[in-house]
Ligand binder design. Structure first.
Ligand SMILES: [Zn+2]
Length: 464
């Protein structure tokens, strides 16, 4: 079996039960004695209680270079959760609410372990697209989580220019600790199946929680289920796993680590995972851009472009390159620039079909290419005097048709695609989270995720 990279990450979140500190400590030691890296995504409140309970043993271990630190929100399941308080926000208020409520826990986490926070991952199924905007302000370079949102099922990707391991639902594994010996057998079987089925360039995203070893159920379901907000003085603890049994189950996890390394799996850190992949060529020739135009012209393909492992473009980058190619016929080579997704929902507008004269399309293309180069962002709508507003998808298709058939007036509209149509969150593949208020739907968050999909790019193994 060729070496399959495996990235271990731990959602470290139970700030109520001290037994979960002990589980965390023992699991860190299992990693440490084998030199196996791990990412510990800390909840702000968990970091605080580790300091309050004087767990210097844990803090010291987490300071070790073997371990990387992530952020998992300040309160995890405490209401309102990150998805609840951003549920009805627009882009700007969503990002600023997150910065206002979550920055303190992040700062405490950074200081406690004396190192950079390398990733963010949502609590449970409390996903919100606005966090990508907050991550840029915080300087957090990667998204790491296991739910099915935006991303490729098997490959790392870039979203909003950040490294994302948020899709990967076909490459996800974990250790079902509460099943004891049966859990070890199942975890092994899952990894063997992944080794046989994953395409080249995948990595196994291996997620668990230390509290799965210390508690027989979920700590947050005991306190925060269905919008329930237990006050701190009434927090319900347990049911704890008996101490000897916890030690035994952690021993099984150690056995698993020995087994998987002997099998040839290659544990990697997040930094190593990041260095393994990229998005291919940064400069394209005209033939490459014409191939993008042929994909876009029918108006029914998904928006991004990655036909082979040589080039990978987001839909926003496709619009930029198409517009540039039409506006500047002699331009070459074409630089692939980072282009941010649009932030207003108008960008999802599909509009009525209409024919536009070639000269007007060239004019709009020049304007849009110019604007993207100045702002680094795809506009949410393209408006010029005398013409109805066009969404970026409609403009992209019109420009692609013009490039393919230069003399015909291009018809825009009646698109059969929209980047992000495949977004699977809230109501599509992602079930409700037990912690969320019963009236939470996430529909608005799904729509903003569709916008974010304009910046989605698959990443490939560098030497593939
Ligand atoms: Zn969590």
């Amino acid at each position: 079996m060729p070496c399959l990279p495996i990235l271990f990450w731990w959602d470290t979140e139970d700030f109520i039960n001290p037994e979960s500190d002990d589980a965390l400590h023992l699991l860190l030691l299992e990693h440490k004695k084998r030199g196996i890296p791990g990412v510990f995504k800390m909840v702000g409140r968990k970091t605080r209680v580790l300091l309050e309970r004087h767990r210097h043993d844990i803090v010291e271990l987490l300071e070790d270079d073997l371990f990387e630190i992530g952020y998992h929100t300040d309160g995890h399941s405490v209401h309102p959760t990150i998805a609840e308080y951003t549920e009805h926000c627009d882009w700007q208020t969503g990002v600023s609410e997150i910065l206002r409520r979550e920055s303190e826990g992040l700062d405490i986490t950074r200081e406690a372990f004396g190192k950079e926070v390398l990733c963010y991952g949502q609590p449970g199924a409390s996903y919100t697209p606005f966090v990508y905007g907050a991550m840029k302000v915080w300087g957090i370079p990667a998204y790491l989580g296991n739910a099915v949102y935006l991303g490729d099922p098997c490959l790392p990707s870039q979203i909003g220019g950040l490294f994302s391991l948020a899709g990967l639902h076909s490459a996800h594994a974990g250790f079902p600790a509460r099943l004891g010996d049966e859990g070890l057998a199942r975890a092994k079987a899952r990894l063997e199946k992944l080794a046989d089925s994953l395409p080249r360039g995948s990595l196994v995203s291996h997620g668990n929680h230390p509290n799965e070893w210390s508690l027989e159920t979920w700590w947050d379901e005991m306190n925060f289920v269905k919008g329930n907000c237990t006050p701190p003085e009434k927090y319900v603890t347990g049911p704890a796993v008996a101490k000897a049994e916890m030690h035994r189950r952690i021993g099984l996890f150690g056995e698993y680590l020995d087994w998987l390394t002997a099998k040839g799996f290659c544990p990697v850190s997040l930094r190593q995972a990041f260095s393994l992949v990229d998005c291919g060529k940064g400069r394209l020739d005209r033939d490459d851009v014409m191939a993008v135009a042929r994909k876009w012209a029918p108006g029914d393909a998904d928006g991004y472009y990655d036909p082979d492992r040589r080039i990978s473009l987001s839909a926003a980058q496709c619009v930029h390159l198409l517009a540039r190619a039409l506006a500047h016929p002699d331009a070459r080579p074409f630089s692939v620039l980072p282009v941010e997704a649009p932030v207003y929902l108008e960008a999802l507008e599909t509009g009525q079909a209409e024919a536009l004269p070639p000269a007007r399309i060239a004019e709009l293309a020049a304007m849009v290419a110019d604007r993207i180069e100045k702002t680094g962002m795809l506009p949410s709508r393209i408006q010029t005097p005398g013409l109805p507003a066009l969404s970026p998808a409609r403009l992209g298709v019109a420009v692609a048709r013009q490039l393919c058939l230069p003399d015909a007036p291009a018809t825009v509209g009646s698109l059969r695609f929209q980047p992000g149509e495949e977004v699977k969150t809230y109501g599509k593949n992602v079930g409700p989270w037990s912690i969320h208020r019963p009236d939470f739907t996430g529909e608005n968050l799904r729509r903003y995720t569709q916008l974010l999909a304009w910046s989605f790019r698959r990443m490939f193994l560098k030497d593939a």
